[in-house]
Ligand binder design. Structure first.
Ligand SMILES: Cc1ncc(COP(=O)(O)O)c(C=O)c1O
Length: 472
């Protein structure tokens, strides 16, 4: 290529204004939201990095596809378009639409998993874990050891530990109804899984006769990271890499809110006809008729187009580069982040940035609040508020205290990313003045969504001049 600048591979035809607010206004908004960014109104947020799920911008081709949506109850033309796109990419014969990813998980586990069964995964995403547990199964995470290290140079920290998988299948083979691999590995920092690792998992599953399913939410980002980091596959297209990933599996679950480039939707796809029939029976009970499965015809059209757009090389180059670009800016400024950067987000390491705040005072949560007050940025805590409460009600600090800056697809430009870098660097500069928080009130499960929090020491950010020595 002649020029080095990687540009946003789109031009903007429709804009949604975002509102500048003052730090005072944001302090008030946060107070009204009980110091929980989930409880903020989106109109009070300048740059919303809470999640990359369902928050992307659709293309003109998706919008025009939606106009063709066939809303027939059964046998809709839109289902045919959707099924064709899913089959072309995954190769799976049976395609079952669902309203989002967790519905696909719910249906699959109801069909396959019995009480006491063990489901290995590189790392279960929250909803996957909850759906395994819902049917009495035991979710078992088998990431490689480096997957749990915040800083590493391993390019495939999302990989599954193959030796641990073999040991699990040797010990519990008849109690393992399926093995899953999540691409990219969202719960371990959006880290990719190598094609070599997927081939190995597939071979082990074949040897033990256990079905292998891919949690495919970010399959296109994973394919791009394979292309750019796994030397022997550099010459392949993301589509051919994705096709090979799926060809190694027996089926997949998918949230089309990620690499389906849609605002809602998902699917379950597989080769086994009798399993598919069982899944469709539950689909009719919980989602809808098999040719719409909880989606409007126009949603099916948007996904049919979006799945192919997600594999476009210009798009993927820009997408992954914008995450990497932010990562480089932060590392250059000495901001501690999870490395290497992954597919959809930057993870700030709050334990390192705020070493003076004990985990009992939730440093990552405090950091997420300061990012909002200082720069209007909304990000998600992935730390001890999210994971600290155990099912028996006891509290145990999470292994990592992270703040995730997840980027919606095709929504923000490089100047937005520059702004985010500036705000994060500023917050890093005042880190010694930031204080922890405590929980005022929280539900027993998934408490981060609705918890009410308050500064543990009266103020969240101490005035200038207050160094570490002034801590009480
Ligand atoms: C890896 C992974 N699996 C499953 C899901 C669930 O998808 P959904 O939110 O569409 O139910 C998500 C959503 O964030 C995810 O990241």
């Amino acid at each position: 290529m002649r020029f080095n600048t990687i540009i946003e591979p789109f031009r903007i035809k429709s804009v949604e204004p975002i509102r500048q607010t003052t730090p005072e206004e944001r302090r008030d908004a946060l107070k009204a939201a009980h110091n929980n960014v989930f409880l903020l109104h989106s109109r009070d947020v300048l740059i919303d990095l809470l999640t990359d799920s369902g928050t992307g911008a659709m293309s003109v081709y998706q919008w025009s596809g939606m106009m063709k949506g066939d809303e027939s109850y059964a046998g809709a033309r839109s289902f045919d378009a959707f099924e064709k796109s899913v089959r072309d990419i995954t190769g799976f014969g049976h395609v079952i639409p669902t309203h989002q990813g967790r519905a696909a998980e719910h249906i699959l586990f109801h069909a396959l998993v019995a009480k006491g069964d063990i489901v290995p995964n590189n790392t279960h995403f929250d909803t996957t874990r909850a759906n395994v547990e819902d049917v009495g199964g035991v979710p078992l995470d088998l990431p490689i050891a480096e997957g749990r290290e915040a800083q590493s140079t391993n390019p495939f920290k999302g990989n599954m530990d193959i030796a641990a998988l073999e040991r699990t299948l040797e010990k519990y083979g008849d109690r393992v109804p399926l093995v899953m691999v999540t691409v990219t590995n969202n719960s371990e920092g959006g880290q990719p899984v190598s094609l070599t690792n997927i081939r190995e998992v597939s071979a082990v599953c074949k040897r033990f006769g256990v079905p292998f399913f891919i949690d495919a939410c970010r399959f296109a980002e994973n394919a791009w990271l394979i292309k750019s980091r796994e030397a022997q596959f550099g010459h392949r297209t993301p589509r051919s890499i994705a096709q090979e990933m799926f060809s190694l599996a027996d089926g997949c679950t998918m949230s089309a809110k990620k690499d389906g480039m849609a605002n809602i939707g998902g699917f379950l796809a597989m080769n086994n006809g009798s399993l598919a029939a069982k899944c469709r029976t539950r689909l009719v009970l919980t989602e809808g008729f098999p040719t719409y499965g909880g989606l409007a015809g126009y949603d099916l059209e948007a996904i049919a187009v979006g799945l192919n757009e997600a594999l476009d090389e210009d798009y993927l180059r820009y997408r992954i580069r914008s995450i990497e670009y932010l990562g480089e800016k932060l590392l250059d400024a000495g901001v501690p982040i999870v490395t290497p950067t992954g597919g959809h987000a930057i993870y700030l390491d709050a334990k390192q940035m705020l070493p003076h705040i004990p985990q009992s005072e939730y440093p990552a949560w405090a950091l997420s609040l300061v990012l909002y007050i200082e720069g209007g940025i909304r990000a998600a805590e992935i730390g001890s508020v999210m994971f600290g409460r155990k099912p028996d009600g006891t509290e145990r600090a999470a292994p990592l205290e992270l703040v995730r800056l997840a980027f919606p697809r095709r929504v923000y430009t490089q100047s937005h990313v520059d702004y985010v870098a500036e705000v994060v660097c500023h917050v890093n500069g005042i880190a010694s003045r930031v204080r922890g928080v405590r929980i005022v009130e929280a539900p027993a499960v998934l408490r981060h969504f609705t918890a009410r929090m308050t500064p543990a020491h009266g103020q969240l950010v101490m005035p200038a001049g207050f160094g570490l020595g002034a801590m009480t």
